[in-house]
Design a protein around this ligand. Sequence first.
Ligand code: SF4
Length: 63
Amino acid sequence: MKIELDRAKCAVLGICESVAPDFFEITEDGDIAQLREDVPADKVAELEEAVQGCPTEALRLVP
Ligand code: SF4
């Protein structure tokens, strides 16, 4: 699976970073960096939590 970030929707609130720090990072200049896209099987649950936790629905898991 892959995790997609819709930058137009993201409000850089950083919840995804706290749930899935291997995938997202708030940069020093206040932007969000996506560190990786491919989601291995053992990380699917973590990314599902990030998708659920994103208040602006900017994250999506795709097959
Ligand atoms: S939780 Fe959602 S709104 Fe917040 S930084 Fe992550 S993608 Fe953006």
